[in-house]
Write a protein that binds this ligand. Structure first.
Ligand code: RIB
Length: 294
């Protein structure tokens, strides 16, 4: 069984601000750092740091070598990452004094994924393999359709949620990882329990992880509902906390851990990520997660 993550790779330009800007406001930032990120890359690195061999497929632009190096340094297989002309994906991220963020995304090379490239990559995978997806690349609907045809298990983090997702046949997804906003966008429901029951009605065969910020997370499958609280830490930067959770939770499923343990592991890994700056840089190794007492 192989794991493929077909997803974005971004350069994150992270600005430290007193408070997140409101419309019309100009504010001097206190600091700027560049980190490697992208929901795709973060989730691949979280999987790799959790001990799961992962192939990342995606595209970088002319200034994106550092994204490739970061994959390699963290043990992510880069065979299916292509470098193209033009800019890489990037973000402008404001982080305030409480570690909260807001993210402006520029798709760049992530939006140059073609159907031909998707076919080339998927040729190397088969039934029994797992594909992990987010919503920061072009041709997402095509990837889902082709992966489903092959019989691959499709895991989707529909983030950021936008109109593009409406083109996707989400009934082909085996596991959703959503936050409350995405849960609302998919179901029209705001209450966590209503989001879960609506997802069950629309996608009866799918399992769901619903993350609830400070209220923890909930997992639902045909056996029932499992809840997990958060580990409280001083938030430095919440960027990639959700991606860390995603990578670690999926690793626990692959390793065959009971759901309760998987949710705990993912919650702890993501709390550690929140306690330090950056995206990929903040994701802990499994040994650290296991040895940290929170
Ligand atoms: O989930 C966090 C990620 O979202 C950041 O690393 C940024 O690149 C955006 O894609």
């Amino acid at each position: 069984m192989k794991v493929l993550n077909f997803g974005s790779l971004n350069l994150d330009y992270v600005y430290q601000v007193e408070s997140i800007l409101i419309p019309g406001e100009t504010q001097a930032s206190k600091d700027r750092k560049t980190f490697c990120g992208g929901k795709g890359l973060n989730q691949s690195i979280a999987l790799a740091k959790a001990g799961i061999p992962v192939y990342h497929a995606g595209m970088i632009g002319e200034e994106g070598d550092i994204l490739l190096e970061t994959c390699r340094d963290n043990g992510v297989n880069t065979e299916f990452i292509r470098k193209i002309q033009g800019p890489s994906g990037h973000t402008v991220i404001q982080v305030d004094k409480d570690g909260q963020n807001c993210i402006l995304l520029f798709g760049g090379a992530n939006r140059s994924i073609t159907r031909e490239f998707v076919d080339q990559v998927l040729e190397n995978f088969e039934k029994e393999d797992i594909i992990l997806l987010q919503n920061e690349i072009s041709e997402l609907d095509y990837v889902i359709d082709r992966a489903y045809e092959k019989g691959m298990t499709i895991i989707l983090n529909p983030s950021p949620y936008d109109k593009g997702l409406e083109k996707c046949d989400l009934s082909k997804v085996s596991l959703f990882l959503v936050n409350e906003i995405e849960g609302y966008q998919i179901t029209g429901e705001k209450e966590p329990d209503k989001i879960l029951s609506r997802i069950k009605e629309i996608y009866p065969d799918a399992r769901v992880v619903l993350t609830l910020g400070g209220d923890g997370s909930v997992f639902q499958d045909h056996t029932g509902i499992y809840r997990q609280g958060i580990y409280k830490v001083k938030a430095v930067d919440t960027t990639a906390a959700g991606d860390t959770f995603t990578g670690y939770f999926i690793s626990s499923l692959i390793d065959g851990l009971p759901v309760e343990e998987g949710l705990k592991l993912a919650a702890k890994a993501s709390a550690i990520a929140v306690s330090r700056p950056g995206a990929t840089a903040s994701i802990p190794m499994k040994e650290e997660v296991l040895n940290t007492i929170l």
